[in-house]
Design a protein around this ligand. Structure first.
Ligand SMILES: [Zn+2]
Length: 160
């Protein structure tokens, strides 16, 4: 069951909840939403680096499922790049190998049909930065579009 109410969504096997469920028992500190996510992910990475079998198996399981779904996307859309963001980028060094193995088995063309798997370097703020960029793109393209302060001395807000 997925958080969206349907069954069998990709998120149910690659989402953060799926990883945490596979990697640690319910009382484990990595499940504690009171701790920040970066800290919890760093803890998982440390366990994986230390060779903890359960953590490594969980990461392999998620990486494989990531490859299964990404193979469909590559076969349908033939992208040049598949960019992994969010927690995938943070734990990417553990996910890309099982993901690539699955992609090699499932993508129709040779060499992943030309697609490269890339890890985002923007961390968890990538979506916000992208949204801000889209909102400001017109201003960067033509700064004269920004209205100047009116006679009332009040600066109009961008986009107003
Ligand atoms: Zn869903």
């Amino acid at each position: 069951m997925c958080g969206c109410g349907r069954h069998g969504c990709w998120e149910t096997v690659v989402g953060l909840s799926a990883l945490l469920r596979a990697a640690a028992d319910p009382g484990d500190p990595v499940h504690d939403h009171g701790r920040d996510l970066e800290t919890r992910l760093a803890e998982l990475a440390a366990r994986a680096d230390a060779g903890d079998r359960r953590t490594l198996d969980a990461l392999t399981q998620v990486g494989t499922a990531l490859g299964t779904g990404a193979a469909v996307l590559i076969n349908v859309f033939n992208p040049q790049v598949v960019l992994l963001g969010g927690y995938f980028a943070v734990l990417g060094r553990f996910l890309t190998e099982p993901m690539a193995a699955e992609l090699r088995a499932r993508v129709f063309g040779p060499d992943l049909a030309g697609a490269r798997i890339v890890l985002s370097t923007l961390g968890f703020t990538a979506a916000v930065l992208g949204g801000a960029h889209v909102a400001l793109e017109a201003v960067f393209d033509d700064p004269t579009l920004v209205p100047v302060a009116g006679d009332d001395g009040v600066s109009p807000a961008i986009g107003s």
